[in-house]
Design a protein around this ligand. Structure first.
Ligand code: HEC
Ligand code: HEC
Length: 135
C-alpha cells in the first residue's frame, strides 16, 4: 500500500520549499556594513548612539547655523568647541577621513544617497593600487 520512497521524497521536497526563504536569504543577504571608526579621535560631537540615529539632523543644524545665522561654533555635549564644518571637522584627517570606509559603508547598505558631495568636497583617499601595466 504505502510507498515509503515517495513519501520521503515528498517530505524532502516539502521541507525544501518551506525553508526556501531561509536558505535563499542566507546566500543573497548583503554583507552588513564594515565601518571603520577614527583611530585618533575617540569621541564625536555627540554620543555614538545619538550620532548613529541623528547625524543627519546634526548636519542640518550645522548647515543652517553657518549659512543662515553665520554661527560657526558648536559646543559638543562634553563642552568641547568645534567648527561646524562637514569637510574640516567631520571629515578631517583625524576623524572620518575615509568616506568609503565610513559614510558609504552604511549608506550603501541602507540605500541612502546624500547629495551633499555634489557641492562639498569629500576627503581625498589613496586610490587602490593598480597592477603595473606591461609595455
Ligand atoms: C548646492 C550646493 C550644496 C549642497 C548640495 C550642500 N551644501 Fe552644504 N553648503 C553649501 C555652501 C555654499 C555652504 C557655505 C559654505 C561656507 O560658508 O563655509 C555650505 C555649508 C554647509 C555646512 C557648514 C559649513 C561647512 O563648511 O561645512 C554644513 C555642515 C553643510 N553645508 C552640510 C551639508 C550637508 C549635510 C549636505 C547634504 C545633505 C549639504 N551641505 C549639501 C553648499 C551645498
Ligand atoms: C551607522 C550607519 C551610518 C553611518 C556610519 C553614516 N550614516 Fe548617514 N545615514 C544613515 C542612515 C540609515 C540614513 C538615512 C536615515 C533616514 O532616512 O531617516 C543616513 C542619512 C544621512 C543624511 C541625510 C540624507 C538624506 O538625503 O536625507 C546625511 C546628510 C548623512 N547621512 C550624512 C552622513 C555623513 C556625512 C557620514 C559620514 C561622516 C554618515 N552619514 C555616516 C546611516 C549612516
Amino acid at each position: 500500500m504505502y510507498d515509503g520512497g515517495k513519501i520521503i521524497t515528498g517530505i524532502i521536497i516539502g521541507l525544501a520549499l518551506l525553508t526556501f526563504p531561509i536558505w535563499y536569504n542566507l546566500g543573497a543577504a548583503p554583507k552588513p556594513p564594515d565601518i571603520k571608526l577614527p583611530v585618533k579621535e575617540k569621541q564625536c560631537v555627540q554620543p555614538k548612539a545619538y550620532m548613529r540615529t541623528k547625524h543627519m539632523q546634526v548636519l542640518d543644524l550645522w548647515r543652517d547655523s553657518v549659512v543662515r545665522v553665520a554661527q560657526r561654533s558648536y559646543v559638543a555635549f562634553n563642552g568641547v568647541k568645534y567648527d561646524m564644518s562637514l569637510q574640516n571637522t567631520c571629515m578631517s584627517a583625524d576623524c572620518h577621513a575615509k568616506k568609503t570606509e565610513f559614510c558609504d559603508q552604511c549608506h550603501n547598505y541602507t540605500g541612502v544617497v546624500p547629495y551633499c558631495w555634489d557641492c562639498h568636497i569629500e576627503p581625498k583617499e589613496k586610490p587602490k593600487e593598480k597592477p603595473k601595466e606591461k609595455h
